[in-house]
Every structure is written in structure tokens, then in C-alpha cells.
Design a protein around this ligand. Structure first.
Ligand code: PLP
Ligand code: TYF
Length: 396
């Protein structure tokens, strides 16, 4: 049977990491995949995570199965992070959360549930978006439509195009929204725009699906949740797929969650029961370790503060690299205006470099960035910055 199987194309982002690993040039720099690096180029385990793990090692009593929905204390903590301590979707029992394997696993569980148990068969995603969105949703069986988001000439949000395209969506269609730190553009909606999108969803019966993978990498944990909270205050139903890969540095623990918000508690219970049956048919129940780390941190005031401090440190280092990047391009002799990079949020900078320039960066200078021109600012350091900027100056 395998004789009929064709070789799968390389993933646009993960394939780049494979090529990077195989590159023997010593000065090579990987700014492809979105992984946070510290000033020494390492991806550290947070201190708060290590303390939580020590605590778990000393106190954990069993490795028995979790329920399909995972660790209960974790699921409660997720809701508090998403909606705040006293949001009405929580107090009215309209939100239920299931732990799931990373943001990707959470999106996939949500999509499988939607295809099998609702009439929502189409999802609108931004153009551009994270490459895996297409993959996940089409594999689950959703039809995909695109809404405009980015205006290349001005390096800014094309909110008019976003509104116009979403105006043509039908009641019941899903709208994928990046909670913050839009991947790949780094451009987010402002408060007024969030409210306009929420109002449009309400008026036309569109159902928001939030992908929230970078909470705390924009302006802060609470600040970054504002868009989600505005939408949750406005529409009757939504789904959130969130990830702790980046903000807790728990990449390989595969920890995230899917949260359904329904119009009332009965409908939420019904929807959640099918989320659980989707999980049952996929991997039965999730692994415990990542969830226990997160809930241990969030339930302990001192550990929680430490995590907030460490997250702030990551956020501030990236912001510093962003500013330094713009300045270093200038001092490397680049005459084009790259000031727009300092207005982007999160780990990425959408540089506007074209495919040929991206390719030359890789071939001639061993600087790896994604084909779309997306650069992981989180992989820049004071040490590799001059090399990167000199290379960019040459290809421009
Ligand atoms: N969604 C977006 C927008 C992302 O950028 C990522 C990871 O880079 C994910 C989801 C998936 O995260 P995870 O590694 O937790 O599956
Ligand atoms: O850099 C990005 O946008 C992501 C990172 O299992 C990533 O694609 C890498 C591995 C993975 C999920 C996301």
C-alpha cells in the first residue's frame, strides 16, 4: 500500500529548521521558527517552571489517567487568564475548558468538534496567517475562506478589507481571530476595531474562534486579553484555543486548552460533552505534566509573580531587539524606512523582504527566515544582530 504514497512537502516553517540544522556554516542564524531565545541564544526553562516541577516531583502521588478534559485546577486557571477573575461567561457557567496538547491540538479538537456536531462548515482566516491554520482546518474538514488583513505597501492593518470581506460571511460561519501578536504580521486590532468586529459577528451571526498563542508577549497578560474579552462581552457563542508553549516556555510539553462559550449553561454543557467525545476519539485524555506545571504556578502567589516577572523579561527583551534591529539596519547603511517594525507586536517582524531576498539570506549568508519575510525577533541577540543586519543590507 505504501507504494502509492507520495512524499509530503516540507512544512514551510519546520522544514526550515531541518535545513538550518544541516547547514555547517558556523555563523548561521535561525530566525525562522517562533521560539524565544535569551541573550545567550538559549531557550531557557523558566525558574517558575523549575520550582513547580520540583514541587510536583516531591508531592505527586499517582500517574493514573486524567479525565478527557484534563486537570480541573488547570482548566479553571485557564479561564481566569483568558477572561479575568470575575467575567460573566464564567460566573454564568457559560464557559467550559478542556486541556489539550498545545495550541495546535486545541485548534484541531475545536475544528473536529465543529465539523461533526455543528452546521458551521466554513472558517474565515486572515490573509496572511500562520501556515498551519490552513492545514489544521482543511484536514479536519472545514472549508476555508480568507479575509483581508494586511496592506503590504503601508505595512499596516487593512481594516477596511477585513470588514468588507467578513460582511460577506454567512450566519454560522467561523472567524479565526488571533488574540494578540498576529502571526506573521505582528499587527493587532485596537480596542475600537475589536468592538467593531465583535458587533459585526453579533449582527451577522458569525462565530469567533480565537487562536491565543502569545498572551503576555504583546503588552501584558491582561492587556493582551482585551480583544477576547470585548468579543466575549458581545457575542453569545465563541471558542478559544490557547497555548502555553510560548508564555510559559513549555513548547515540548504540548500544553494548551480549548474553551467553549455558549449562550447558556445547558448548551455549553452539551457542546462540551462533544468536545470530550472528540478528545476520546483522538487521544483519550491528555498528558498531565504541562498542565500540572501551569496550575501549580498559577495557584501559588509567589510562583505566579515570578512567572509574570519572567514573562515581562521575555517581552522586554524582544522589544529591545526590535528597536535595536531598526537602528542596526540604519547603521548597516539601509536607506529604506524600517520604522514600521517597531510598531509590530510579539515575536515576529514582518519585514517585507521578498522570496528572492529571503533565499539569498539563506544561501549566501546563512540567515534563515520564513519565505513570507517573517523574522523571529525573539531569536535576535546583541551578538548576532550585526551579522543579520549586514546580510539584510546586502540583499536589499
Ligand atoms: N497558533 C499560532 C498563531 C502560533 O503561532 C502557534 C505556534 O507557533 C500555535 C498556534 C501553536 O502552538 P503550539 O506549539 O502550542 O501548538
Ligand atoms: O514559528 C511558528 O510559527 C510555529 C512554531 O509543533 C511551531 O510554526 C513549531 C512547532 C510546532 C508548533 C509550532
Amino acid at each position: 500500500i505504501f507504494s502509492q504514497v507520495e512524499l509530503a512537502p516540507a512544512d514551510p516553517i519546520l522544514g526550515l529548521t531541518d535545513a538550518f540544522k544541516a547547514d555547517v556554516r558556523e555563523h548561521k542564524v535561525n530566525l525562522g521558527v517562533g521560539i524565544y531565545k535569551d541573550e545567550s541564544g538559549q531557550t531557557p526553562i523558566l525558574k517558575s517552571v523549575k520550582f513547580a516541577e520540583e514541587k510536583l516531583l516531591a508531592t505527586e502521588k499517582s500517574k493514573s489517567y486524567l479525565g478527557m478534559e484534563g486537570v480541573e485546577a488547570y482548566n479553571r486557571a485557564v479561564q481566569t487568564l483568558l477572561f479575568g477573575a470575575e467575567h460573566e461567561v464564567v460566573s454564568q457557567s457559560r464557559a467550559l475548558t478542556a486541556q489539550a496538547p498545545g495550541g495546535t491540538g486545541s485548534l484541531r479538537v475545536a475544528a473536529e468538534f465543529l465539523v461533526r456536531h455543528t452546521d458551521s462548515k466554513k472558517i474565515w482566516i486572515s490573509n496572511p496567517t500562520w501556515a498551519n491554520h490552513n492545514n489544521i482546518f482543511s484536514t479536519a474538514g472545514l472549508d476555508i475562506a480568507e479575509y483581508g488583513y494586511y496592506q503590504a505597501e503601508t505595512h499596516s492593518l487593512d481594516f477596511d478589507a477585513m470588514l468588507a470581506d467578513l460582511q460577506s460571511a454567512q450566519a454560522g460561519d467561523l472567524v479565526l481571530l488571533h488574540g494578540c501578536c498576529h502571526n506573521p504580521t505582528g499587527i493587532d486590532l485596537n480596542i475600537a476595531q475589536w468592538q467593531q468586529i465583535a458587533d459585526l459577528c453579533l449582527a451577522n451571526g458569525l462565530v469567533p474562534l480565537f487562536d491565543f498563542a502569545y498572551q503576555g508577549f504583546g503588552a501584558g497578560v491582561e492587556e493582551d486579553a482585551q480583544g477576547l474579552r470585548i468579543v466575549a462581552n458581545t457575542v453569545p457563542e465563541l471558542i478559544v484555543a490557547n497555548s502555553f508553549s510560548k508564555n510559559f516556555g513549555l513548547y515540548n510539553e504540548r500544553i494548551g486548552a480549548v474553551t467553549v462559550v455558549g449562550s447558556n449553561s445547558e448548551q455549553t454543557v452539551n457542546a462540551f460533552s462533544q468536545i470530550k467525545s472528540t478528545i476520546r476519539a483522538s487521544y483519550s485524555n491528555p498528558p498531565a505534566h504541562g498542565a500540572l506545571i501551569v496550575s501549580t504556578i498559577l495557584e501559588d502567589a509567589a510562583l505566579k509573580q515570578l512567572w509574570h516577572d519572567e514573562l515581562q523579561e521575555m517581552r522586554e527583551r524582544i522589544a529591545e531587539m526590535r528597536t535595536l534591529f531598526v537602528a542596526s539596519l540604519k547603521s548597516a547603511g539601509v536607506s529604506q524606512d524600517f520604522e514600521f517594525i517597531s510598531r509590530q507586536n510579539g515575536m515576529f517582524s514582518f519585514s517585507g523582504l521578498n522570496k528572492d531576498q529571503v533565499n539569498r539570506l539563506k544561501e549566501e549568508f546563512a540567515v534563515y527566515i520564513v519565505g513570507s519575510g517573517r523574522i523571529s525577533v525573539a531569536g535576535m541577540t546583541k551578538t548576532n544582530m550585526p551579522v543579520i543586519c549586514a546580510a539584510i543590507a546586502k540583499v536589499l
